[in-house]
Design a protein around this ligand. Structure first.
Ligand code: SDX
Length: 428
């Protein structure tokens, strides 16, 4: 029985609802009985005040700019951990021992190849197809190839399909890039790390050996860590809702990829770099700041603002530091980084951004790094999807194994016509 109760007064009646407490963060009012008792729905478009589920994976304190994965701060994971280790942590709840990490990495490494028939699938796309269109299509098609792991009621099937999805996303993303530039696909090389393998499949060519640059491999791995999971964001909620119907995991992740593609969500990293390119030099920043503030102008500062963070996105902090590491490692410089730093400085001193608590988010600096490494902007969101797959898969597993889980089916505030009779065509 909950210690605290929330009271609702309606038409002279008092209704009480239990207030549930988590291990940290806001308490929730359990309104599961509201409609049965009062005939009322709650109304919360965009779910700004709604907890859709109970989860133990990721905690965000938006006011303090805190992001924890199974309790570990993102800054510590980015500095000390690896994407494989964070993937194990998200899936299993604890940091792995050396043996557990080796076994997990071995398993993932040996699922990196795709069914050879999928090569033909790629050839059906136009060469200029956006990589996210390819990712949506190919990941959705995986359920046509892996019938042996789509029984979601079987924990072993869930485990195999989870490992397959995490393992094959780098191969699928790299192949989408290769197809777009007309180069041959590069098969996985199991002697490389998860991230090193991805870099080789993306930038390697059969004509010569490919040397993974350790600093770039480290930066890329850290970018994957920063994108791994993020509580109940739009694409994760899409995966959970799709999974609540019992759909197979490949179809659910394909739905998550489709949602992530939107420029308000994962598509913002591509949009942010395109915005920086359009701004060009710092002297043009004030004009764009004014546009972003103009209610009549749909232009927004891409890579700025967040539904939850009303403080600096801790991932953006790590991302900004990583820019310099990659520039130093590759001995490159990109004047857009200076433009981005100046844009951040000006925006964060502007009352509009201060009042609305708009700070750079994970997408603001990532594109500069990815561009320096050699990715075209069209690949940025595909890389976000590659990394977020472990979060989607972990959230999907948590949802499926939750005894309280049921099909998600929101209601509505209906404002359309009330019942009326059909009018024959001759009388209209
Ligand atoms: C991601 O949810 C997650 O966790 C997502 C993510 C993850 O890891 O999964 O963190 C990844 O999606 C990061 C966000 C990437 N998107 C962008 O950078 C696109 C630009 N940002 C905005 O579109 C916006 O900030 C959102 C979509 C991110 C958040 O939108 P909200 O929470 O619905 O806030 P809002 O649109 O209601 O904005 C509040 C106010 C509005 O002004 P008013 O109507 O109150 O006058 O702030 C303004 C907005 O106009 N505003 C901006 C702005 N973002 C919000 N004004 C200018 N530039 C911006 N970027």
């Amino acid at each position: 029985m909950a210690d605290k109760l929330a009271k609702l007064e309606m038409d002279g009646k008092t209704y009480e609802y239990p207030v549930l407490e988590g291990s940290t963060g806001p308490d929730v009012i359990d309104i599961r009985k509201l409609y049965a008792q009062t005939g009322l729905f709650t109304f919360d478009p965009g779910f700004t005040s709604t907890a859709s589920c109970e989860s133990a994976l990721t905690y965000i304190d938006g006011d303090e700019g805190v992001l924890l994965h199974r309790g570990y701060p993102i800054g510590q994971l980015a500095e000390h951990s690896s994407f494989m280790e964070v993937s194990y942590l998200l899936l299993n709840g604890e940091l792995p021992s050396k043996q557990q990490l080796d076994d997990f990495t071995y398993t993932i490494t040996r699922h990196t190849m795709l069914h050879e028939q999928l090569m033909t699938f790629y050839r059906g796309f136009r060469r200029d197809a956006h990589p996210m269109a390819v990712m949506c299509g190919v990941v959705g098609a995986l359920s046509a190839f892996y019938h042996d792991s789509t029984d979601i009621s079987d924990p072993e099937h869930r485990k195999i399909s989870s490992h397959r999805l995490i393992a094959k996303m780098p191969t699928i993303a790299a192949m989408a890039y290769k197809y777009s530039v007309g180069q041959p696909f590069i098969y996985p090389d199991n002697s490389l790390s998860y991230t090193g393998n991805f870099l080789r499949m993306t930038f390697g060519v059969p004509a010569e050996p490919y040397e993974v640059i350790p600093a770039v491999e480290r930066a890329m791995d850290r970018i994957f860590i920063l994108h791994a999971d993020h509580e109940q964001n739009a694409s994760t909620s899409t995966v959970r809702l799709a999974g609540s119907s019992g759909a197979n995991p490949f179809a659910c992740i394909a739905a998550g990829i489709a949602c992530l593609w939107g420029p308000a969500h994962g598509g913002a990293n591509e949009a942010a770099l395109n915005m920086l390119k359009e701004i060009g030099t710092p002297d043009r920043i004030p004009h764009y700041i004014e546009r972003a503030k103009d209610k009549n102008d749909p232009f927004r500062l891409m890579g700025f603002g967040h539904r939850v963070y009303k403080n600096y996105d801790p991932r953006a902090t790590v991302m900004q530091k990583t820019v310099r590491e990659v520039f130093d490692a590759l001995k490159v410089n990109d004047p857009l980084f200076e433009t981005a730093l100046r844009l951040e400085e000006i925006a964060l001193s502007d009352p509009y951004f201060i009042e609305k608590k708009l700070f750079p988010n994970v997408d603001f600096y990532s594109g500069i790094i990815l561009s320096a490494i050699g990715f075209p902007t069209t690949m940025f969101t595909a890389l976000f999807a590659l990394a977020r797959t472990v979060g989607w898969v972990a959230q999907w597993n948590e949802m499926i194994s939750d005894p309280a889980q049921k099909i998600g089916r929101p209601r509505q505030l209906y404002t359309g016509p009330t019942q009326r009779d059909y009018v024959p065509l001759s009388q209209r």
